[in-house]
Design a protein around this ligand. Structure first.
Ligand SMILES: C[S@@+](CC[C@H](N)C(=O)[O-])C[C@H]1O[C@@H](n2cnc3c(N)ncnc32)[C@H](O)[C@@H]1O
Length: 253
């Protein structure tokens, strides 16, 4: 297996601007101003994220995303106690739920991200593996929150992930997905692989949901609503905010 990109520290972006364009995913990924240099070849998502966390560590800081704060308020209102966070990274969005009395469990594909969560003192169970292999335990949750993961999956894996999340909800439970919006600057960049699906940089494929595809994928899984949210780059002053869509579903009682 070969890893096809290297990440270097510095003050700028070494990525191929002809592929990435301005305000690219790479810029978004490395809010901290670290360099990304991409080499030709093939690289899987696990290697990509592992290399990103090894090089850039806690790259988004520890402030929760706005949609995590909004979801925490929503979960409090709905009296959610047990929260599952698929694609938890190093846990920057976990603390806001824990600080408000909720028990958090994570799922994460990068071992390094899990170690970073441990080193920062976040005490919760995190299953190491892919969300496509859910469930990892025989437990049901009253809340699931997943930030910036679903759009990284291909169509069969997105479907699998949505169904597996729904299956792991208690009756009446809620699942909330924050996914990249078509309004984001990387929409349409790189190689088109399908409708609204692009390899925006080597090894990073992204699907951009719109209202039709949201209804199609989440419709049979208790879709309640979806709305746009603009997430500020809290760890990098001067970087533009990014538009996301927040999709909320509820399991039938
Ligand atoms: C854009 S990052 C967001 C991280 C975290 N949600 C946050 O906001 O800090 C996507 C995360 O999903 C993880 N990931 C990617 N594919 C995954 C998969 N198939 N299963 C589980 N985690 C995955 C990555 O390692 C990374 O931590």
């Amino acid at each position: 297996m070969c890893c096809t990109f290297i990440l270097r520290q510095g003050r700028g972006l070494y990525a191929d601007k002809t592929i990435l364009g301005h305000g690219s995913f790479a810029e978004w990924l490395v809010f901290t101003g670290h360099f990304i240099q991409i080499r030709k070849g093939d690289c899987g998502m696990t290697e990509f994220w592992e290399a990103s966390f090894i090089e850039n560590q806690t790259m988004w800081g520890f402030e929760p995303a706005d949609s995590a704060i909004m979801t925490k308020d929503f979960f409090l209102e709905k009296k959610v106690k047990d929260v599952l966070i698929p694609g938890i990274g190093y846990g920057r969005n976990a603390k806001v739920f824990m600080d408000n009395g909720m028990n958090v469990t994570g799922i994460e594909i990068s071992k390094t991200a899990i170690e970073l969560a441990r080193r920062s003192g976040l005490e919760m169970s995190i299953f190491h593996g892919s969300v496509t292999d859910m469930p990892f335990e025989n437990k049901y949750y009253d809340g699931i929150f997943s930030y910036a993961l679903i759009h990284l999956l291909n169509e069969p894996d997105r479907k699998k992930f949505i169904k597996a999340s729904y299956d792991q909800l208690k009756p009446g439970g809620y699942m909330v997905f924050t996914t990249i919006s078509k309004e984001a600057p990387m929409y349409g960049k790189g190689t088109q692989l399908g409708k609204d699906y692009f390899e925006i940089m080597e090894g990073v494929k992204m699907f951009f949901y719109d209202s039709d595809s949201i209804k199609q994928d989440f419709g049979e899984y208790g879709l309640v609503e979806f709305s746009e949210v603009v997430e500020p780059n809290k760890n990098a002053e001067g970087k533009p905010p990014f538009p996301f869509t927040v999709v909320t579903c509820r399991k039938q009682r």
